[in-house]
Write a protein that binds this ligand. Structure first.
Ligand code: C5P
Length: 232
């Protein structure tokens, strides 16, 4: 999945058009969503693009479920919320989306939970009062998300194998923090190469800057795909 991390609607649209046959889906995060808005999301959906709306909802259950219904109306393929928002928040959101999709005959989006941000390390976690190791926190939140009926989680590829073991095969693991061999890590702390991410059980990798700042974006994507194919 390519992270369309830009505030320019025009740039995002050009990227989507140029790269749609090279990537599986496009991730729209807060930056682009706040600048281009939901009509832009609908526009990309109407061009048959698979959109992962990465707004990381985290609020009281009533608010997240109502927001999730609005997201469902946009026709996106996937969206996410923070598992740290708790079991009830996740479960009520899943139920609201399922009910709404059924009654309107709209496609039910996949709902995945953010476990621990890939920019966090052990010290950052301690700073916010979590003394658990990153791995056990990620596993705990993944199991909670599975129990609440979610389709998967966003996590570092470093934890993908353990998440699969602790949940089930079909529980999707989506991994940002991917750095191909030709790149630097930026603000990402728990990074992994595309090859190791897939080998470790990731179902989808999310890549932003390594593609966005490449001179030749298609070549960067092809290099990433080649790295992945080495695992097959
Ligand atoms: O540029 P880079 O490849 O680091 O982009 C990663 C993308 O994935 C960014 O859009 C970031 O917001 C997102 N993301 C993340 N860690 C998470 C969830 C989403 O890096 N846990």
């Amino acid at each position: 999945m390519l992270a369309l991390d830009t505030s320019s609607e025009k740039e995002a649209l050009n990227l989507a058009k140029e790269l749609k046959s090279h990537v599986g889906a496009f991730k729209i995060g807060l930056q682009l969503f706040l600048s281009a808005g939901n009509r832009f999301v609908e526009k990309l959906v109407s061009e048959d693009l698979k959109i992962f709306l990465d707004l990381k909802l985290h609020d009281i259950p009533n608010t997240t479920s109502k927001a999730a219904i609005e997201i469902t109306k946009l026709g996106v393929w996937m969206f996410n919320l923070h598992a740290i928002g708790g079991f009830e928040m996740m479960q009520r959101t899943v139920e609201a989306v399922a009910e709404f999709s059924q009654s309107t005959n709209l496609q039910k989006p996949k709902i995945i939970a953010v476990t621990v941000l890939t920019s966090m390390n052990q010290k950052n976690l301690e700073d916010v009062g979590i003394s658990e190791s990153i791995t056990s926190e990620v596993i705990k939140l993944s199991k909670l998300a599975l129990r609440a009926g979610l389709d998967g989680v966003v996590a570092s590829a470093q934890e993908a194998a353990q998440i699969k073991n602790a949940t089930k095969k079909e529980f999707m693991v989506v991994t940002p923090g991917i750095r191909p061999s030709f790149e630097t890590s930026d603000d990402q702390r728990r990074v992994m190469s595309p090859k190791d991410a897939i080998r470790n059980g990731a179902d989808f990798i999310v890549v932003g800057r390594p593609i966005l700042r490449a001179q030749n974006k298609i070549e960067a994507i092809e290099k990433i795909l080649e790295e992945i194919e080495e695992t097959q």
